[in-house]
Write a protein that binds this ligand. Structure first.
Ligand SMILES: Nc1ncnc2c1ncn2[C@@H]1O[C@H](COP(=O)(O)OP(=O)(O)OP(=O)(O)O)[C@@H](O)[C@H]1O
Length: 223
């Protein structure tokens, strides 16, 4: 998936201007990091890409299509093409690892056999195939995060967004999670990872986008 922001602004109803005049272009198949202080606008930028929030100025083009021109019906279709990973992974604790990963497929109406195949393929990619019957509470923090990643990729998204995916993890586990994102990127998925961890971001040697008080202050260089 290819993404282009053209002078995008987002002002919340509260009056808070979270983004202003943000322009950048992510090529199909590119991987980049998004950094910036707390409140700089990282989550807002990702919410605009998922159409959870709408920009108040400027244009967002996804594969050349202006998001404002999408019909109401096209919005869920768009969201299915985007996989999202959060820091607090938001797993459901009343169901197994398997059923957590299966959720996005159930929403999109796939049959049982197909669901089982896709869920196991996703769990295999994150190295958790043998834990499919476990309750998420019985897993370590790093494993829980990998379940969240399996769930994000089970629909084979063309864009993977991760908002502070390593926030609670130690450096070794954080590096493992970043390597996983890199593997998805290697097979053609466009990946954008928001992270506070500048040392980790620098080690990954990808493009770095930096927000400061809602403005893009650095694009292209390494952290
Ligand atoms: N729903 C909302 N309503 C009003 N203001 C909001 C809303 N969401 C975010 N903001 C404000 O917009 C600004 C940017 O917030 P955002 O969550 O995008 O930053 P962030 O860079 O992701 O921060 P963090 O790293 O702390 O998650 C902040 O000032 C925040 O308080």
């Amino acid at each position: 998936m290819e993404i282009e922001f053209q002078r995008v602004g987002k002002k919340y109803d509260s009056g808070q201007e979270a983004l202003s005049q943000v322009s950048f272009h992510l090529q199909q198949g590119e991987m980049a990091f998004l950094t910036g202080h707390s409140g700089a606008g990282k989550s807002t930028l990702m919410k605009l890409m998922m159409m959870i929030e709408r920009q108040t100025s400027g244009q967002i083009l996804i594969d050349g299509v202006d998001l404002r021109t999408l019909s109401r019906r096209a919005i869920p279709q768009h969201r299915r093409r985007v996989g999202v990973v959060f820091q607090n992974h938001q797993l459901l604790l009343d169901r197994s690892v398997f059923h957590n990963v299966a959720l996005p497929l159930q929403v999109s109406g796939a049959d049982h056999e197909q669901i089982a195949k896709r869920v196991r393929a996703a769990l295999d990619k994150v190295g958790l195939l043998e834990k499919e019957k476990f309750n998420p509470m019985a897993l370590s923090g790093g494993e829980q995060q990998r379940v969240g990643i399996a769930r994000a990729v089970v629909n084979k998204p063309q864009l993977l967004l991760a908002d502070e995916p390593t926030g609670n993890l130690d450096p070794k586990l954080s590096a493992e999670i970043m390597n996983l994102f890199q593997e998805f990127n290697r097979v053609g998925v466009t990946v954008l990872v928001a992270s506070h961890d500048l040392a980790l971001v620098a080690r990954m040697r990808h493009r770095v986008l930096t927000l400061n008080q809602g403005r893009m202050v650095n694009d292209g260089g390494f952290a």
